[in-house]
Design a protein around this ligand. Structure first.
Ligand SMILES: [Zn+2]
Ligand SMILES: [Zn+2]
Length: 313
């Protein structure tokens, strides 16, 4: 989820954050709580928090997969501090080396912890478009999330992938394989899923939101197409980018599919009736509101995105 323009703070509060950041000594955080969703597959559940709340660097589901030879980390959290806390959780469960850090997409809540793993010298793996997307986001991250960086904030703390996936890629952790798949534009333009083949665990990144209202930064139509394909994938456990782990593929994807379809249908009606983007943002999707938490953090912006996508179709 993108902690986007909505993540504002009053100037005074921002100054306080900056002062606090400047005097912070980056102490080692305690290990994150992780659940073993399947043997050797550990997930830390992100918190369901508003975008501007304290702790917003810990809202994404992140974790790691342990093979017989080495470990792959999947997403690293929204700050170097969360990355270090995830690394501490890894070290608590295994002494094996960390050979891969996989980023599911560019959003800050998933990638800003990468730096915590730099000294492990893993390969940093992401979608073919991710390195460029991170480069584009550097100044945005520094401007909007300065308080989440280690002090003093600087672009060197933002680590981009060095191993890029154009279509699919298999990674061998020793005794188990991960199948990575790069998707066409959907939640973002750089979404990557990870299937832990032997355990039947599908790690969706933000292609799946549960409970928390989805945030659209790519293509609504592309996202629907990805959902339809992913919902057909036979898996036992689904780890969404946000929200609880699911075990039934068909029901897991349905609410998000309904939400996106509602936005597409609603926006098409508005455009056909000659309504403005502001009109559409004020009410499209309202029928879905009761199904989602943190609605105001994303719906109107999603509607504007869909409007711009469908305007010329
Ligand atoms: Zn996210
Ligand atoms: Zn996201």
């Amino acid at each position: 989820m993108r902690l986007a323009r909505a993540h504002g703070c009053a100037i005074g509060a921002c100054l306080l954050l900056l002062v606090a950041g400047a005097t912070r000594a980056n102490p080692e955080p305690p290990a994150l709580d992780v659940d073993e969703a399947a043997p050797g597959v550990f997930v830390h559940m992100g918190k369901l928090l508003p975008l501007d709340a304290p702790g917003h660097d810990d809202i994404a589901n992140i974790g790691f997969v342990v093979g017989s030879r080495c470990i792959a980390v999947i997403d690293t959290g929204g700050s170097p501090r969360i990355g270090r806390a995830l690394r501490a959780a890894v070290k608590k469960h295994s002494t094996l080396p960390i050979c891969y850090v996989i980023d599911t997409h560019v959003h800050v809540d998933h990638v800003l912890g990468n730096i915590a793993f730099k000294d492990d010298k893993p390969e940093f793996v992401g979608h073919a478009a991710l390195a460029e997307a991170i480069n584009r986001s550097r100044s945005y991250f520094l401007e909007h999330y300065a308080g989440d960086f280690d002090a003093p904030p600087n672009a060197n703390q933002i680590v981009a992938p060095d191993k890029l996936v154009a279509t699919t890629l298999q990674l061998d952790l020793g005794g188990r394989r991960l199948e990575l798949r790069a998707w066409p534009k959907a939640h973002t333009d750089c979404d990557l899923t990870v299937l832990v083949q032997d355990a039947g665990v599908l790690w969706t990144g933000d292609l799946l939101f549960r409970e928390r209202v989805p945030a659209l930064d790519g293509s609504a139509k592309g996202w629907l197409a990805a959902i339809d394909e992913l919902a057909r994938t036979k898996v036992k456990i689904i780890v969404p980018g946000h929200g609880p782990i699911a075990r039934d593929s068909a029901s897991a994807w349905l609410p998000e599919r309904n939400y996106l379809q509602t936005l597409i249908d609603g926006v098409r009606e508005e455009i056909a009736a000659g309504k403005s983007i502001e009109d559409a943002m004020s009410h499209v999707g309202a029928a879905e509101k009761a199904n989602w938490k943190l609605w105001d953090s994303a719906n109107a912006r999603n509607v504007s995105r869909v409007y711009q996508e469908l305007e010329w179709e």
